[in-house]
Design a protein around this ligand. Structure first.
Ligand SMILES: [Zn+2]
Length: 324
């Protein structure tokens, strides 16, 4: 039988990761590009198409065997028109990426928010398979959320559902990228942890991360992990504080929603699972109503960053009624 595929494109502020995928073989091949190589919207569409051609040619796949191109993008997207509305990390707004890419190819182009796409992947191919009511939370530079409710993706009235990162959690808290103060991601993302650690080091506290701060180097999740592994007190304090905020916020959401499962992913969780998840679970239990949380599982995604690539498969079923 002829094989069918989709091409999934995970489109972020720094990189564009494209993959040839189907449900039988999973991720068959990948191509990576730098978002910085495109200065305009037209160049960006051309760069995406270049990735698609590389995947087709590199794997001897005909365009007719590819049933959809599924783009996952951060920020507010309209999956029905193909417009990326506002994406601060991408540096442009109101971009109809579907129309732009459709100029190069007849393969149907689908668009979805990146965390929603990850939620679809997790609910169909990962730890939340067969679960009906699930919140997916990705903790990295920011904090993103995606809902599966009654077995389906929940997009909300203007497709903006899942913005867990902008729930207000702290009065007079740190300023957030959205302009408000005290948002969840301004308190508990990796950026928030790093900001507070750097502040402590600059005020004279000794830390394993002092060298990186002195060299003005970026502090990534891996460096946080190393500092935690060597019991660095400054890092431990701020990682604990952030994870406690995560546990509390998830408890509040679950008191409201009484979920089957909360799935965690993202750079912070991936790199520091052993240090973060136990604190998140402890605080979650502390602030949960027993009746709401007794059957709610907190689980780490196994697919992690690949979840969004798999999410294109159920998206293709939903919009085109094609199974690949
Ligand atoms: Zn915010």
């Amino acid at each position: 039988m002829k094989k069918n595929y989709i091409i999934s494109i995970d489109f972020g502020g720094t990189k564009i990761l494209s993959a040839l995928v189907n449900s039988k073989e999973g991720i068959i091949a990948r191509v990576k590009k730098s978002t910085k190589d495109a200065a305009t919207k037209a160049e960006l569409a051309a760069l995406l198409y270049e990735s698609i051609v590389e995947l087709l040619d590199g794997n001897n796949v005909l365009e007719t065997s590819v049933k959809s191109i599924c783009i996952g993008a951060p920020g507010s997207v309209d999956p029905f028109t193909g417009v990326i509305g506002l994406a601060p990390n991408l540096g442009f707004q109101n971009f109809n990426i579907k129309d732009a890419l459709q100029k190069f190819t007849d393969i149907p182009v689908l668009l979805e928010n990146d965390v929603n796409l990850a939620a679809l992947g997790i609910a169909n191919f990962d730890v939340a398979k067969d679960k009906q009511n699930v919140l997916v939370v990705f903790i990295g530079t920011g904090i993103g959320g995606g809902w599966i409710l009654n077995g389906n993706i929940y997009r909300g009235n203007t497709y903006a559902a899942g913005e867990i990162g902008h729930m207000h959690v702290l009065d007079n808290g740190p300023i957030c990228g959205c302009g408000n103060k005290g948002c969840f991601e301004a308190v508990a993302s990796r950026s928030a942890m790093v900001r507070d650690i750097v502040k402590d080091i600059k005020s004279g506290k000794r830390s394993k991360l002092s060298k990186l701060v002195k060299a003005k180097a970026q502090i990534k999740s891996k460096s946080l992990y190393n500092a935690m592994a060597s019991a660095d007190p400054v890092t431990a304090f701020h990682v604990h504080k952030a994870c406690a905020a995560i546990g509390k916020t998830l408890a509040g959401i679950n008191n409201l929603m009484n979920l089957d499962m909360i799935v965690l992913g993202g750079g912070v969780i991936e790199a520091m699972k052993a240090f973060t998840v136990p604190i998140i679970k402890t605080t979650f239990n502390q602030f949960s109503l027993k009746q709401s949380s007794k059957k709610t599982k907190i689980v780490v995604s196994k697919l992690l960053d690949d979840a969004a690539l798999y999410g294109g498969i159920p998206l293709t079923k939903e919009f085109l009624n094609i199974e690949v």
